[in-house]
Ligand binder design. Structure first.
Ligand code: GRF
Length: 220
């Protein structure tokens, strides 16, 4: 069987994109990256794609008369490359319906807070300013709402008294890099099942499941 093909959508520095590249290169994730699509000509993610010989496309919304047309174009390019999972890695736009319809249940996102709390922009800062004692991140499937899709994995990160929003963001990011590839791995192995908006990870060893719910996770 050929590897799952990933289409990565990123708008910025692309550190999660890098963690996916690294997980694939080390054999932890059985997938290949078919293309990086960015809406930002100066995204650092482009440099990462170049360095690793990954094809990239810059598709900018302002070149399209309608918002839908921008997402139709993205969907076309992903389909052309036979993409089986679309991975949002810091893609700073609400995904349009044409793309969601083209890839039903096949788009993943990572949000830097424990949803449904603190959706939208700057989840880490929102949580920090609210004064929570624990935050974290959420890997979820994408639907038409803002960070509302079925949750795949969440991981908890503590907030300490002497933290700043930046320190917390970086603690969360370190965890994101470890777990996002794991979620992609589960998808690639056909282990994710969505029913009534609940995602079940099939055939997972109890030990690993427990570890996922009680970070830090050792192993993977
Ligand atoms: C991460 O905080 C992620 O949770 C959010 O956007 C940020 C992307 O960072 N969706 P990077 O571009 O992957 O470094």
């Amino acid at each position: 069987m050929s590897n799952l093909k990933l289409g990565i959508l990123a708008s910025g520095r692309g550190s999660n994109f890098q963690s996916i590249i690294d997980a694939i290169n080390s054999g932890r994730v059985k997938a290949e990256i078919a293309v990086l699509i960015t809406d930002n000509t100066s995204a650092f993610a482009i440099e990462r794609a170049k360095k690793h010989g990954i094809e990239y496309l810059v598709i900018r919304p302002k070149e399209y008369a309608k918002r839908d047309d921008f997402f139709i174009k993205i969907a076309e390019e992903l389909k052309k490359r036979d993409v089986g999972l679309v991975v949002l890695a810091g893609f700073m736009r609400i995904v349009g319906k044409p793309l969601i319809d083209a890839f039903p249940g096949m788009i993943m996102n990572i949000h830097p807070a424990l949803l449904p709390s603190f959706p939208g922009l700057h989840g880490q800062k929102q949580a920090f300013e609210y004064g929570v004692k624990f935050s974290g991140f959420t890997v979820h499937f994408v639907d038409e709402g803002v960070d509302t899709g079925p949750i795949i994995i969440q991981s908890v990160v503590p907030v300490y008294d002497d933290d700043t929003a930046e320190i917390l963001a970086s603690r969360i990011l370190t965890e994101e890099h470890r777990i996002y590839p794991q979620a992609i791995h589960f998808y690639a192995e056909g282990k994710l099942e969505i029913k009534d908006r609940k995602v079940r990870i099939k055939y997972i060893e109890k030990k690993l499941l427990k570890a996922l719910h009680n970070p830090p996770l050792s192993g993977f």
